[in-house]
Design a protein around this ligand. Structure first.
Ligand SMILES: Cc1cc2nc3c(=O)[nH]c(=O)nc-3n(C[C@H](O)[C@H](O)[C@H](O)COP(=O)(O)OP(=O)(O)OC[C@H]3O[C@@H](n4cnc5c(N)ncnc54)[C@H](O)[C@@H]3O)c2cc1C
Length: 387
């Protein structure tokens, strides 16, 4: 189905993004996967092209572009021609806005220009060994010591964990369930250490690491947003985070579909192309139908988001459906590749492995179902309170 949300300037930007990924990112993929991390230079190159934190004000070096469709285009082209370890969107749209929206003028002046140029790489550290889906389990704590905050604890599974220069750390600042605050911890601060780059089943070129904070003296001017309001601040960014995920997972499914369409037309068995078996044609028909339906929903969510009207439950539906769809499509596509699909040299094998995390991070499928069910008034917590 034709998409109708893009104007000519979006299509021009798509061409520029595509050639950037094809020329600068794609050729590095194999090496990055082997080394388990992308080169820092990739961020500098993206910065030069004006592709990082495009939403940021011109006074900080940004383009002042609030239109989410540009980020959607970057995400879509990345899925086809990029390398998932180069997590530009995490830097630009998942973490950058914490500084852009919560930062003081002084903080924005201090941090944004280097994030926009790619000199500084961003990460957000929420998850701990004992706290993933349930952030109320966060134990990393920060104490107000008068002229600084003292940070102690550890985080795990942090994307860009090795590369990051600025890490937004969520820490407990009060014993109440939601008593959390956000701090910007900078590379080189005493007591801030990272673990090894964690070995994973997929996303091999993406660095994921543990972080340790031992008596880190965080300057007062590195508190981001209001003291003890961290939980609500995190919630504020979740709808966009889930929409970003949904765009990405659907684009990954599209990329898997495309490589498989090509493969099955070339590969032969029993004297005919694999694509000519009725089973194959019906699988493609099913996948195409589901992806078109999903795309229509996502594009509507993108436009709602541009208008400031994307609801938490629609974002959750988008994330839930697209991550599950990516899982189904990459699985069907691998099956249609036969044994070759299990070989690392065939992109579908990596797409299949990479897809497995989409249903878990950025809010698992189960948490998305909780949010959607609550929006239907199905909330057992409220029932038990009224009894
Ligand atoms: C590659 C990778 C990158 C990541 N990047 C980051 C990052 O940059 N920053 C960061 O802070 N974190 C990051 N994470 C962590 C990620 O966000 C968490 O793994 C995720 O939130 C799930 O938490 P958990 O692993 O503790 O699982 P758990 O919370 O222990 O969940 C285990 C299972 O129980 C289910 N479950 C939990 N609660 C409920 C419920 N109420 N109802 C029904 N089922 C439930 C879950 O859905 C899941 O199936 C990353 C993880 C990975 C693997």
């Amino acid at each position: 189905m034709d998409r109708n949300i893009f104007e000519d300037e979006h299509e021009m930007f798509r061409d520029a993004a595509r050639s950037f990924y094809k020329n600068e990112v794609m050729p590095q993929g194999e090496r990055w996967r082997e080394q388990g991390i992308v080169d820092r230079e990739a961020y500098l190159q993206a910065g030069e092209q004006g592709m990082l934190l495009m939403w940021a004000d011109e006074q900080y070096g940004g383009a002042g572009v609030q239109d989410f469709r540009y980020e959607q285009i970057l995400i879509e082209e990345m899925a086809r021609y990029g390398e998932p370890g180069f997590f530009m969107t995490l830097h630009s749209r998942l973490v950058g806005p914490y500084i852009g929206e919560l930062g003081t003028d002084e903080q924005k002046q201090r941090w944004l220009p280097k994030c926009i140029s790619g000199e500084h790489i961003l990460a957000v550290a929420i998850t701990e060994a004992g706290a993933g889906s349930d952030v109320s389990g966060i134990r990393t704590k920060a104490e107000d010591k008068g002229d600084h905050y003292l940070l102690n604890g550890s985080k795990t599974f942090i994307s860009n964990g090795i590369l990051a220069d600025l890490v937004i750390v969520v820490a407990r600042t009060d014993t109440s369930r939601h008593g959390l605050s956000l701090f910007v911890v900078e590379r080189g601060m005493d007591g801030f250490e990272r673990g090894d780059n964690l070995k994973k089943m997929g996303l091999k070129s993406q660095d994921t690491a543990e972080m340790f904070f031992n008596d880190v003296k965080v300057p007062k001017e590195n508190l981001l947003g209001e003291w003890n309001r961290g939980f609500y601040q995190l919630m504020h960014f979740l709808a966009e985070e889930r929409l970003i995920g949904a765009c990405q997972y659907l684009a990954n499914a599209e990329a898997a579909f495309e490589v498989t369409l090509e493969y099955t037309q070339e590969r032969k068995a029993f004297g005919q192309a694999i694509a000519d078996f009725q089973n194959t044609r019906f699988k493609f028909a099913d996948m195409r139908t589901q992806m078109d339906m999903a795309q229509a929903f996502i594009d509507r969510c993108v436009m709602d988001h541009n208008d400031g009207e994307l609801s938490a439950e629609d974002a959750a539906k988008a994330k839930l459906f697209c991550s599950e769809l990516e899982g189904r499509v990459t699985d069907e596509c691998l099956q249609l590749h036969g044994g070759n699909g299990f070989m690392d040299e065939y992109p579908i094998s990596r797409m299949y492995a990479n897809a497995r995390i989409s249903r878990i991070y950025a809010g698992s499928s189960e948490i998305m179902r909780e949010i959607i069910a609550r929006s239907l008034g199905l909330d057992p917590r409220k029932k038990s309170k009224s009894v």
